[in-house]
Design a protein around this ligand. Structure first.
Ligand code: ATP
Ligand code: MG
Length: 355
């Protein structure tokens, strides 16, 4: 097949890790006789420096026309003045909104070879395979804000339609997995959570009789995620709860650098990025862990291009490299650490030979 993929390297280690993922995508294209045309554009601080805005019109236009978007990371100390008129992160929020990306997917599957890097006890981690689906466009992060001398408020609101679409997406994803969805809310206190629970219950009952739905309160979920992570399959939750729980879940896998994400809407364009940030402390040194971005490229193939076999090939190649101890510095714990390019080369070699 032919696909147009927009690549947004962004800032810090973004260009280093997207270069790795691009090499992997090209290797998959060769291996399976596809043609991926890659279009590189500016976003974040790099875009501010070049054009004065974190999301140039040309970038958004290209993203709208593309089949999928692969993003590195945005931000860094150079642009971090809180009083600055434009900030790199605005580019990210703006592109997510413009593309209508309302579901953020973060799969977490601790790899046996990397389990030692996790602060959680190994016996709790074996066999963990979960997918958090975080609502991305509503809730308290987008509500009206007020501030006076003596008080402040943030409004949390959700519509039925916003809840329906993300719960439906979670249930569909569960169908391709173990058929279990945990909906997380705070329905004992919050009205938005009571609405969330009602809608989730109705969608699962009326449209997904094959799916088992359970409800958890966010506070006990925070505990269960660490004490019995194997009990979960798909977890669906609102924006802020998802923000917090996904960072917590990332610790199950050992390193931020390993984890991919996908942001999906109802349109066909999805955006794929590692969950880590721009890591300014190690930028430019060639030591960043590229696995998270390489695995994001696998999600791109699976969710935007429908190429499951090719996605599986990348995931197998990554598993095999980790199995063989191909560790970047964040995973090596003082042992033998490979550079970004060496890790990438190990994955490329396995794509040629193992799939
Ligand atoms: P953001 O606000 O953009 O999410 P952050 O403040 O959460 O950023 P990161 O940029 O993700 O921070 O970095 C957190 C720490 O993890 C840093 O010490 C960084 O060097 C390390 N880190 C992040 N990503 C990687 C990676 N791919 N490889 C190696 N180390 C990484
Ligand atoms: Mg962060």
């Amino acid at each position: 097949m032919h696909a147009d993929i927009v690549v947004l390297p962004g800032d810090g280690i973004g260009p280093e890790v997207t270069a790795a993922a691009v090499d992997v995508l090209q290797a998959v294209a060769r291996r399976y006789s596809h043609r991926f045309t890659l279009h590189e554009h500016l976003i974040g601080g790099a875009a501010i420096d070049a054009t004065g805005t974190p999301l140039p019109d040309a970038t958004l236009a290209a993203a709208r026309d593309a089949d999928a978007v692969l993003l590195g990371a945005v931000g860094g100390p150079k642009w971090s003045d809180p009083n600055a008129a434009v900030r790199p992160e605005q580019g990210l929020l703006a592109i997510r909104k413009a593309l209508g990306l309302y579901a953020n997917l973060r799969p977490t599957r601790p790899h046996s070879a990397a389990i030692g890097a996790s602060p959680i006890k190994p016996h709790l981690l074996a066999g963990v395979d979960l997918l958090v689906v975080r609502e991305l466009t509503g809730g308290i992060y987008f509500g009206e804000r007020t501030r006076t001398e003596t008080s402040a408020s943030d409004l949390c609101s959700y519509t039925v339609a916003e809840i329906e679409r993300v719960v439906r997406r979670a249930c569909l994803l569960a169908r391709g997995r173990r058929g279990h969805v945990t909906s997380v809310d705070k329905a004992n206190v919050l009205e938005t959570s009571r609405l969330w629970r009602d809608v989730a219950t109705r969608i699962a009952r009326d449209e997904f009789p094959d799916i088992t739905l359970e409800h958890q309160l966010v506070d006990s979920m925070a505990m269960h995620l660490l004490s019995k992570p194997r009990a979960f399959d798909v977890i669906v939750t609102e924006n802020m709860f998802g923000d917090i729980l996904t960072d917590e879940a990332s610790m199950l896998a050992g390193s931020l650098g390993l984890l991919p994400s996908a942001s999906l809407g109802d349109g066909s364009v999805g955006m794929y990025e590692p969950i880590h940030g721009s890591a300014p402390d190690i930028a430019g040194q060639g030591i960043a862990n590229p696995y998270g971005t390489i695995l994001s490229a696998a999600l791109l193939l699976r969710y935007s291009l429908g190429l499951s076999m090719e996605a599986g090939c990348i995931e197998q190649a990554v598993d095999s490299a980790l199995e063989d101890g191909v560790f970047s510095a964040d995973l090596a714990a003082g042992g033998d650490a490979r550079s970004t390019r060496e890790v990438t080369a190990a994955v490329l070699e396995r794509i040629e030979t193992t799939c």
